[in-house]
Write a protein that binds this ligand. Sequence first.
Ligand code: COA
Length: 326
Amino acid sequence: MLRAKILSTGSSLPQRVLTNTELSQMVDTSNEWIVERTGISERRIADKDKATSDLAYEASKRALKAAGMKVSDISMIIVATISGDMSMPSTACFLQKRLNAKNACAFDVNAACSGFIYALSTANAFIRSGLHKNVLVVGAEILSRFTDWQDRSTCVLFGDGAGAVLLGAHRGKSGILSTHLYSDGNLWDLIQVPAGGSRMPASKDTVEERLHFIKMKGNETFKVAVKTLGSLVEMTLRHNGLSPSQLDLLIPHQANHRIIQAVASRLGLSMDKVVVNINKYGNTSAASIPIALDEAVCSGRIKKGDYILLESFGGGLTWASAMIKW
Ligand code: COA
């Protein structure tokens, strides 16, 4: 059977570390509150002269090197992001230019924190249909540019980074076994950046009112996320005829340590089967899963034949999962 297989991974994190202690000098918060409520100790912040495609480029170069693939072999580039270089053109086109990937079409996917799995699922469909052979899928964010550094309820959460995977067509039993995408636009207002689009174009007033920054109803989002993700992971396992005990690794979107633990405990999974790096990077939205996947690959946590479950939840609302046999 023709499947899409992850050939390699790569990631890129800015060097600058912003600690909770530094944040507590900027807004009314504390290291204890942030660690207890979110699991985050620090996050990375991109240098001023970097744009999202720069982080995407570094992550992609590493994935290309790891696969030993020529850039000319890539026929499609998909970047999942909500913090692209510009609203137009796409960040994927900037990445294509940087990589000199002349044979690739390039486009962005916006599904907020679920963006990476949405992009992976899109690439998977193109590969399984036989239309594309090698696809580069990237999740990249510089959320620090969309973060209101005066709002303690959101500024402690987000970070910058990028992760990339190279997918290739492959005949066999391993690869991406299934992907599952869901949305509920009725709950659009739980996480949003209100201004800067056609509904509320940028103006002096929107800037003064700080409407170009991420707004989130955190507690409401938290409750929906826990409920939704629990059913999502159970359904994904059922769909593939697997029991939780057959799962080798859960790679969740890193939004809140308590959400991650709730999902693991619903499956009866011990935390050593869950990849957690939210303590180091915070919530990097579409980048969190490919960064965590790359770290798991590089540290030798993944072996051939492993069943790996990816899951995410984010603005839109959107939620998504993917089951992979490595
Ligand atoms: N430092 C100290 N206190 C803070 C704070 C901070 N950084 N941020 C909020 N608080 C306060 C609130 O003002 C509130 O105070 P009050 O009780 O006096 O009104 C109290 O802490 C509790 O706030 P609440 O928002 O109910 O906290 P919470 O336990 O829900 O945690 C989040 C907040 C954001 C960490 C949590 O809701 C969350 O992770 N939400 C989901 C995020 C998510 O999954 N997003 C989807 C993908 S982006």
